[in-house]
Design a protein around this ligand. Structure first.
Ligand code: SF4
Ligand code: SF4
Ligand code: SF4
Length: 240
């Protein structure tokens, strides 16, 4: 497996995924799936891969993360291809993305810090959501059930990584969902596929290449002092 592509077909073939944006495309090449587009779910796309359908109440019971998205900041050139890919993938308005790229350092030693949902293991957004609309998928990915979101924006305030986007028209606070439909089908998130520099290294934590990298001492959480325990995102900072 190359270092910036997902590693293998998953065992979560039966786990459904709610798409984060009305009308966002779900499932791409080769993903076996059933698509539920009910009249009562106008504008909402629910995807079940396989035959079993779990409610998100059932999906909150496990807290381990299966995946890692490691950003090697030594390679990021700030081209924003990932940001744009996310905009397109999620049909966000032009100029909005679940990724934001922060320029860092001096003009002479510029580097770039892409930020998106860290899929925290101890996620403040999950804790403050009064409607359980933000929840943990069994893979450890934090998802938003847009049909349950009441638009209170508590999660927007609670997220220390500024990773939520509140969509006024829908009244929903969206966020990165790790392109989970693609991932469960054995693919990679759109932002990973869009990055041609090799900054974005994605795969299962159990994959030997990913496991070696995670244990190398080069990989760090972003702002671990915040105590949210990022569960998917991790960074190799410049010089590491
Ligand atoms: S596409 Fe890759 S190199 Fe470009 S900004 Fe995103 S992470 Fe950095
Ligand atoms: S980064 Fe923010 S939105 Fe993502 S899980 Fe953590 S607190 Fe929630
Ligand atoms: S994983 Fe998908 S939803 Fe998340 S930032 Fe990348 S493209 Fe956007």
């Amino acid at each position: 497996m190359s270092d910036n592509r997902s590693m293998e077909s998953s065992q979560e073939d039966a786990i459904p995924v709610a798409s984060p944006m009305p009308g966002a495309q779900a499932g791409e090449a080769g993903i076996p799936r059933r698509v539920f587009l009910g009249a009562g779910l106008a504008g909402t796309l629910l995807v079940a891969v396989g035959s079993r359908f779990l409610s998100h109440d059932q999906a909150t019971v496990e807290a381990t993360s299966d995946y890692a998205l490691i950003l090697d900041l030594n390679k990021c050139v700030g081209c924003r291809a990932c940001e744009q890919a996310c905009t397109e993938r999620n049909q966000l308005p032009e100029g909005q993305s679940f990724i934001h790229i922060l320029p860092k350092g001096d003009p002479d030693s510029r580097w770039f810090l892409p930020i998106q949902c860290q899929h925290c293991q101890d996620a403040p957004c999950v804790k403050v959501c009064p409607a359980q609309a933000t929840y943990r998928h069994p893979t450890g990915v934090i998802l938003v059930d847009e049909t349950a979101c009441v638009g209170c924006k508590y999660c927007v305030v609670a997220c220390p990584y500024d990773a939520r986007i509140y969509e006024e028209h829908a009244g929903v606070a969206y966020k990165c969902w790790l392109c989970l439909d693609r991932v469960l089908g054995g693919g990679a998130p759109a932002c990973v596929d869009a990055c041609v520099t090799g900054t974005r290294i994605f795969g299962r934590r159990s994959d030997p290449a990913i496991a070696r990298l995670l244990e190398s001492g080069r990989v760090q959480a972003l702002h671990p002092e915040l105590g949210t325990k990022p569960g998917v995102l991790a960074y190799i900072f410049p010089g590491a």
